[in-house]
Structure formats: structure tokens, C-alpha cells
Write a protein that binds this ligand. Structure first.
Ligand SMILES: O=C(O)CCC(=O)C(=O)O
Length: 296
């Protein structure tokens, strides 16, 4: 999401038309159990231990490129100020620019996994988002859900969040089970200080200021390579418990059959411009490739 320091130093679109690349490559298949799909549909989040263990090293290497040269990539954000401990960095829309990310989206089981959990015949890649909190960081991820940040709407959505470090339960991202089903839209907030966006949409309400005090909060420790799959509408955030170790993660965002472009009146994140779409249009396949099924 958009934060202090967000800038579009590099064009997020490095490849003109992604369709030939999608057609020339093949992705692994993932077959979840019926209980896992049911958990995702009911709770809006499911934990898949060790789902991407083989991808931890490549994705860490990709994220390191982003961290060490933020201005060479799209939308780099630092959400910690100079007087705050640690560093909370995020960046997104770099999957065409970072070879390890490109290989992940084109060959891993993520596209198939997304389609299976969304109960969709197709999975279209919206973008990726990487996160890194350094040891000492004591900054919460503000509670939010992702849909109102985005210029899309629909019921069939999934983020696949791959932990790139072992993360303790008290510092991991937490989710409010069932919050994807309430029909509410929460105002997007900055990660730097939680300020709400000017959305121009009076129907949106404020997200919880901190972790809701209810048994419906889903929290789990993560091992590097574990995945959390969650709906764009599921509320999530973290505590400000100081980190004693690095906490890196790599999320890919997926669109299912029913997702369409919407014209949000306020700022969106990513701030995608010049899409040439009108409300109700499918997202364009040349810029947001359909990666599942493998060939169409
Ligand atoms: O890792 C975090 O704390 C934030 C993750 C997040 O907000 C997301 O993947 O949408």
C-alpha cells in the first residue's frame, strides 16, 4: 500500500505484451484439500505450511535487489522515519523487473493455488508486493484490507503471502476471520502513520485501530516457505511488538473470473495510470497476464 516515500521512479511495465510469455511457460499445479479450500472460503485466510520452501532463497535474493537499490524499482516505500528504530520497507509491481520474481510467477504453483482457493477457472496476476521489517523495528502494520486500495472489484480474489523468514506468532501478520464476508469496505490507510486516504467514497468506514480483541483473530507462527492465502477483503494487520530478527515476505495478488476494473474516486495503490479501461471491463490480459490455466 502507499506510504511515505512512495514514488514511481521506474516504469512498472517493462514488458509490452505479456501474453506470449505466459503462453510459452508452464506453471506447477497445486491441489489443496477440500478442508483447506473450505477454510479459505469460510475464514478468508488459510495457512499452508512449507508450500514454497524451494522458493525462499530465490525470493530473498530478489527482495535484496529491491532493498539495496530501491530507486531502481517501482514504488519503493520506507514507512519508518529516521527517529524510529529499524526499517519497514515495501515495494510492489516489480515482478517484470526482478528475475527471481518473474520466474516465481511464471513457473511456481502460485497461479494454480490462487485459482483453486478462489474457486475460479482462471487466475490473472494483478501484481506482487514485498515487505521487509529489519530487527529492532517496532512498527505495526496498520489494520486494513486490500480491496479498497485497488482499482478492481469482485468476490474471487486471493493474495498468496510467502514468509521469507521464520516469524513468531506475536509479530506475524494477523487476520480477522470472516471479515471478507461482511460487505464493509474499510478506508485505506498509509503504513507510515495509519492516516486514512481521501477516498471520496462516503460508504467506506474506518478499519480497527489495533488488533481486535476477539477470538476471531487468526494468528500463527510462520516458518520460511509457509504461505498464507487470503481474500482481498480479509482484514489484517500486526502488533508493534519489536522484532528480534528479520521479517521478510513476498505476496502475489491474484484476480479470479468475476473481477472487473472499477474507477475508485480517490487515490489507489498501486497508483496504476493509463490502463485505458472503463468500469466493468476485465483487467487487460496483455498487462495482467492470465497464468492459470497454463494454456488457453
Ligand atoms: O507483512 C505484513 O505485515 C503486511 C502484509 C500485507 O499487508 C499484505 O500482504 O497485504
Amino acid at each position: 500500500m502507499s506510504t511515505v516515500g512512495n514514488s514511481s521512479t521506474i516504469d512498472w511495465r517493462a514488458i509490452d505484451d505479456l501474453r506470449p510469455l505466459a503462453a510459452a511457460t508452464t506453471r506447477a499445479r497445486y491441489s489443496p484439500s477440500a478442508a483447506e479450500v473450505d477454510a479459505f472460503q469460510t475464514d478468508g485466510v488459510v495457512h499452508l505450511p512449507a508450500a514454497f520452501v524451494d522458493w525462499v532463497e530465490p525470493l530473498r535474493a530478489g527482495l535484496e535487489r529491491n532493498l539495496t537499490n530501491p530507486d531502481q524499482f517501482a514504488f519503493p516505500c520506507d514507512s519508518t522515519t529516521a527517529d524510529e528504530p529499524g526499517r519497514f520497507f515495501d515495494s510492489y509491481c516489480n515482478w517484470q523487473l526482478i528475475p527471481e520474481y518473474l520466474t516465481f510467477v511464471l513457473s511456481s504453483a502460485a497461479a494454480s493455488m490462487a485459482a483453486a482457493f478462489m474457486q475460479s477457472t482462471t487466475a490473472q496476476l494483478f501484481h506482487e508486493h514485498s515487505f521487509s521489517k529489519e530487527p529492532g523495528t517496532a512498527k505495526a502494520t496498520p489494520w486494513h484490507h486490500d480491496l479498497p486500495y485497488y482499482c478492481v472489484d469482485g468476490q474471487q480474489t486471493a493474495s498468496i503471502y510467502v514468509a521469507l523468514d521464520d516469524i513468531s506468532a506475536d509479530t506475524a501478520v494477523q487476520f480477522l476471520r470472516g471479515s471478507h464476508r461482511t460487505g464493509e469496505l474499510f478506508k485505506p490507510r498509509t503504513f507510515s502513520d495509519g492516516t486514512e486516504y481521501e477516498t471520496g467514497d462516503e460508504s467506506m468506514v474506518s478499519a480497527p485501530a489495533s488488533t481486535p480483541d476477539t477470538d476471531a483473530v487468526f494468528t500463527t507462527a510462520l516458518a520460511a516457505g509457509d504461505a498464507l492465502v487470503f481474500d482481498f477483503r480479509t482484514l489484517h494487520g500486526s502488533t508493534d511488538q519489536p522484532l528480534t530478527a528479520r521479517r521478510r515476505a513476498f505476496s502475489t495478488r491474484w484476480l479470479g473470473d468475476d473481477v472487473r476494473y472499477v474507477d475508485r474516486p480517490g487515490e489507489t495503490s498501486p497508483p496504476l495510470e493509463g490502463l485505458g479501461l472503463k468500469p466493468g471491463d476485465p483487467m487487460r490480459d496483455d498487462w495482467f497476464p492470465t497464468l492459470w490455466p497454463n494454456s488457453r
